[in-house]
Design a protein around this ligand. Structure first.
Ligand code: 5RP
Length: 292
C-alpha cells in the first residue's frame, strides 16, 4: 500500500539546492559513475593522489629481486598501498580475496626479457577483469618501439572494452629502444595515450621539464619508480613528480627492493599524500626501519 501523503513542503527542503559535485581528478569529470567510482578507489579523493604498489614485473621478467615470494615480501606492504598493480596469476594464487585495496590488473603480455619486449598483445579478456572486480586495466605502450602500432592498438582495444563496463585503462609508457628518456619523448608518448582514450598514464620522471609532461597530458599521470636508487633519491623524485603535477606514484622496485620495504612505502606515502619533504620522509624511513 502506498504511504499516506502527509508530508509538508519542508520535508523536501526545496530551499536547499542539490549539490552537483565536481570530480576531483583531472580530465575525468565527464566519465560515467562506475569509472569515477573505480578511479576514486585508486586515487585518494582527499589528496587527489595514489601510492600504487607495482608488483607486475614477473609478467615479462620472472621472479625479480624482491618478488621471489610475493606472499612473504609483498602482502605485509599492502596496508600501506592505495592500490596494487599486478597480474591475474599472482592475484588469484597469492592475494586474499578479502583485500581491502583496489586492484590495477596488468592485461598486456606475451613478451619476455629474452626477446623483443614490445611484442605484446592483450593477454587478459575483459570478462576476467570484470570477474576479478578490478579498478583499472594496465597496458604497456611502446611509442617508438618496434611494435609501436600493435601496442597502441592493444591499448585502444582495452579502452573500448573498459568503456563498455566502466573500467578505466592505465597506459604504461615504455621507453622504445632508440628513444631518449626526456620530456619531449614523454610529452609525445603520454599525450598519444591520453588522446587515444587512456584514463591514467604512467610515465618515468625526468629532471628537465617534467611539469610540461604533466601539463600536456589531459588525464592523471602516475610516476613509475624505475631501477632501485638510494631511498633519499627515490623520495626526492616522488616529491618532485607530485609537486610538478603527477597524481602520485606507481612504484615497484624502489619500494620492494629497499632494505626496509614497509618503512619505505610509508615514507613514500608521506611525500605523496602529505607533501612531506624528502628529508623528513627519509627521517621517517629511518625511524621505522629501526622498529622491530
Ligand atoms: C613494467 C611496469 C612496472 O609496473 C613498472 O615499471 C614498475 O615500477 P618500477 O619501475 O617502479 O619498478 O610497468 O613494465
Amino acid at each position: 500500500m502506498p504511504e499516506a501523503d502527509d508530508k509538508t513542503a519542508q520535508d523536501y527542503a526545496p530551499q536547499i539546492p542539490q549539490k552537483t559535485e565536481d570530480f576531483f581528478l583531472k580530465g575525468s569529470g565527464a566519465l560515467e559513475w562506475g569509472m569515477k567510482n573505480r578511479l576514486s578507489r585508486i586515487f585518494n579523493p582527499a589528496s587527489g593522489r595514489t601510492v600504487m604498489l607495482a608488483i607486475d614485473h614477473g609478467y615479462f621478467q620472472g621472479p625479480t629481486s624482491g618478488l621471489e615470494r610475493v606472499d612473504l615480501n609483498i602482502l605485509p606492504l599492502v596496508p600501506y598501498a592505495d592500490s596494487l598493480m599486478l597480474t591475474r596469476g599472482i592475484l588469484r594464487s597469492v592475494v586474499p580475496a578479502a583485500l581491502p585495496k583496489s586492484v590495477v590488473l596488468r592485461v598486456s603480455g606475451g613478451a619476455s626479457i629474452l626477446k623483443e619486449l614490445s611484442a605484446e598483445g592483450v593477454a587478459v579478456d575483459i570478462e576476467d577483469s570484470i570477474r576479478l572486480n578490478v579498478c583499472a586495466m594496465a597496458v604497456q605502450v611502446f611509442v617508438g618501439g618496434e611494435h609501436e602500432r600493435d601496442s597502441i592498438l592493444n591499448m585502444t582495444k582495452v579502452v573500448d572494452w573498459g568503456n563498455r563496463y566502466g573500467i578505466p585503462t592505465l597506459a604504461v609508457t615504455a621507453v622504445g629502444k632508440d628513444m631518449k628518456r626526456d620530456a619531449r619523448y614523454f610529452r609525445l608518448a603520454t599525450r598519444i595515450c591520453a588522446e587515444l582514450g587512456a584514463h591514467i598514464v604512467k610515465t618515468y620522471y625526468v629532471e628537465d621539464g617534467f611539469e610540461t609532461v604533466t601539463a600536456a597530458c589531459p588525464v592523471p599521470i602516475v610516476m613509475a619508480g624505475g631501477k632501485k636508487i638510494p631511498e633519499i633519491d627515490a623520495l626526492r623524485m616522488a616529491s618532485k613528480a607530485c609537486l610538478e603535477g603527477a597524481a602520485g606514484v606507481d612504484m615497484g622496485r624502489n619500494i620492494f627492493q629497499s632494505e626496509h620495504p614497509a618503512a619505505m612505502i610509508q615514507a613514500v606515502r608521506a611525500v605523496v599524500h602529505r607533501d612531506e619533504t624528502p628529508e623528513k620522509a627519509l627521517a621517517l624511513y629511518e625511524e621505522l626501519s629501526r622498529q622491530p
